[in-house]
Design a protein around this ligand. Structure first.
Ligand SMILES: Nc1ncnc2c1ncn2[C@@H]1O[C@H](COP(=O)(O)OP(=O)(O)OP(=O)(O)O)[C@@H](O)[C@H]1O
Ligand SMILES: [Mg+2]
Length: 241
């Protein structure tokens, strides 16, 4: 057991260069505690997705990444992936079973849950994301917003200690966005949410971090960070951009 005061996530001097030579992260230092929902903001290509992929070891860069006291490395991958659930930016990378129900039940079954219990849980999660009638469908045939919902249900079914969502509201219709915001506010887990959606950011973020060219350029409340970096698209409509 780690002491209660220890941060949930500790990242020290993390850098990552993709095989083609793109330096996507450059000396990132980041900490969050278990009570937070941290929103990651920043331009396209600034490194947000690359950063979160390091938090469950899908990418292993130079530097140190600790989640709940566990150092993320090749030896700890299965433990880290039990603790950290990521809803990917691209749902097609997440869904791979031949039915929606199997897909959502896959994670819990993989952790040892009995099939019937896992299917019951999967149905409950599909209900929660507003897809109660999709269980027999082929994930590949779903609409983009439906795929996103299935991916979210699949991660929720795992009850991760840290929930990471990369652009969760993309493709969701406005009622779906509202449902998701309500759901995220209800969920007790600490969260890291990567988003360009300022409504979502303001609704759930207890803190925001701003990425620029692979570095963290600023952090503060969501409003402070959005003001500092001119990150509110409605400014253009009001003529204050
Ligand atoms: N597989 C890859 N190979 C090479 N370069 C990559 C790869 N994936 C991402 N990059 C590059 O790394 C940088 C950071 O990309 P990343 O996807 O982390 O940005 P992002 O902040 O999530 O952007 P967005 O807001 O568009 O999702 C970009 O320059 C991108 O082109
Ligand atoms: Mg991204």
């Amino acid at each position: 057991m780690q002491p209660l005061s220890a941060p949930l996530v500790q990242v020290r001097q993390l850098s990552y260069t993709y095989p083609d030579g793109t330096r996507a992260l450059d000396n990132i230092n980041f900490e969050m505690s278990a009570g937070e929902t941290v929103v990651l903001l920043g331009a396209n290509g600034s490194g947000k997705t690359t950063f979160v992929l390091h938090l469950n070891g899908l990418l292993l860069g130079q530097g140190q990444v600790l989640v709940a006291g566990v150092s993320v490395n090749k030896q700890t991958l299965s433990e880290v992936r039990r603790r950290v659930g990521i809803v990917f930016q691209n749902s097609d990378e997440q869904l791979f079973m031949t039915s929606v129900l199997d897909d959502v039940a896959f994670g819990p079954q993989n952790l040892g849950m009995a099939p019937q219990e896992a299917f019951d849980l999967a149905r409950k999660m599909l209900n929660r994301v507003g897809l109660p009638d999709a269980e027999h469908k082929v994930p590949y045939h779903l609409s983009a917003g439906e795929k996103k919902r299935v991916a979210i249900a699949g991660i929720l079914a795992m009850s991760p200690d840290l929930l990471i969502l990369d652009e969760p509201t993309v493709y969701l219709d406005p009622p779906g966005q509202r449902t998701l915001i309500g759901l995220l506010r209800e969920l007790p887990q600490p969260k890291i949410v990567v988003t360009h959606d300022v409504v979502l950011a303001q609704a759930i973020g207890t803190r925001a971090v701003f990425f620029e060219k692979g570095t963290i350029r600023g952090m503060g409340t969501v409003t402070e960070v959005m003001n500092q970096f001119g990150w509110d698209p409605s400014q253009a409509i009001r003529g204050t951009a």
